[in-house]
Design a protein. Structure first.
Length: 198
C-alpha cells in the first residue's frame, strides 16, 4: 500500500543512519506539515509497517520501536508518560485501532490487537485483544497473524473472522421500504434548541 508519509519517513531514516541528522529532521518536519504525521527519523520501524489514512494525526516518539507488519490507524499516539524516560516497544504484527494511546515504559506482544480509543499504560502479552480506558485484555487468540494480512490475504486458522448474522438471510435487505419511509416522515420528533458555549 503506497503511503507518502511512510516513504518520506523511510528516506529520512536512511539519511539519519548516514549521519545527516539535520536533513533527517527537516524531512520529518516536512511530513508534519504536509500530512499531520509526526514520525521522526530516529524511531525504529520494521518492514511492512502500514499507517491508516496517510498517517493523519499519528504521533510517535523519537525513541519508540515498532516491529514488522504492524498496522497503525489514524490519530494514534505512542509516547512516554510525563516524568518518565522510557517509551513503548511494539512487537510484530500488532494492530492499533484509531485514536489509541500507548504510553510509558511498556511492551506490546506480537500479534496483539488494541481497540480504538484504548489507553494502554501496561504491557500486554502476545496474541491478545485489548480495549478500554484503561485498556484491559478482552480475550486471547490461538494463532499468529499472517505477515501479509495487512495486504488483504486470508487470515490464518484460529483467528477471528466476521460472519453474517444468523437472523439475516443473504437475500434480506437493510433498505427501508416506501411505506416505512412514509411512517418515519409522519412521526413528529421535537427538537431541543439552545446555545452552546465555545
Amino acid at each position: 500500500m503506497f503511503s507518502p508519509p511512510l516513504l518520506i519517513y523511510r528516506v529520512s531514516r536512511k539519511v539519519h543512519l548516514y549521519g545527516f541528522t539535520r536533513l533527517a529532521k527537516l524531512l520529518s518536519w516536512w511530513n508534519r506539515y504536509l500530512f499531520a504525521t509526526w514520525l521522526p527519523a530516529s524511531c525504529e520501524t520494521g518492514k511492512g509497517v502500514t499507517i491508516g489514512y496517510w498517517g493523519l494525526g499519528i504521533v510517535i516518539h523519537s525513541r519508540a520501536r515498532i516491529g514488522p507488519d504492524c498496522l497503525i490507524s489514524q490519530n494514534v499516539t505512542i509516547g512516554r508518560k510525563e516524568g518518565e524516560y522510557d517509551v513503548p516497544t511494539i512487537g510484530a504484527r500488532v494492530h492499533i485501532g484509531a485514536g489509541a494511546c500507548i504510553i510509558g515504559p511498556i511492551s506490546i506482544g506480537d500479534d496483539t490487537t488494541i481497540g480504538a480509543n484504548a489507553v494502554v499504560a501496561q504491557s500486554l502479552p502476545p496474541r491478545c485483544v485489548a480495549a478500554g480506558v484503561p485498556a484491559r485484555i478482552l480475550r486471547m487468540t490461538d494463532a499468529p497473524r499472517s505477515p501479509n494480512i495487512n495486504k488483504g490475504e486470508e487470515a490464518p486458522t484460529g483467528t477471528s473472522k466476521l460472519a453474517p448474522h444468523p437472523d439475516q438471510s443473504p437475500s434480506s435487505s437493510t433498505l427501508s421500504t416506501p411505506q416505512q419511509e412514509k411512517t418515519i416522515e409522519d412521526q413528529s420528533i421535537p427538537l431541543r434548541t439552545g446555545t452552546v458555549d465555545t
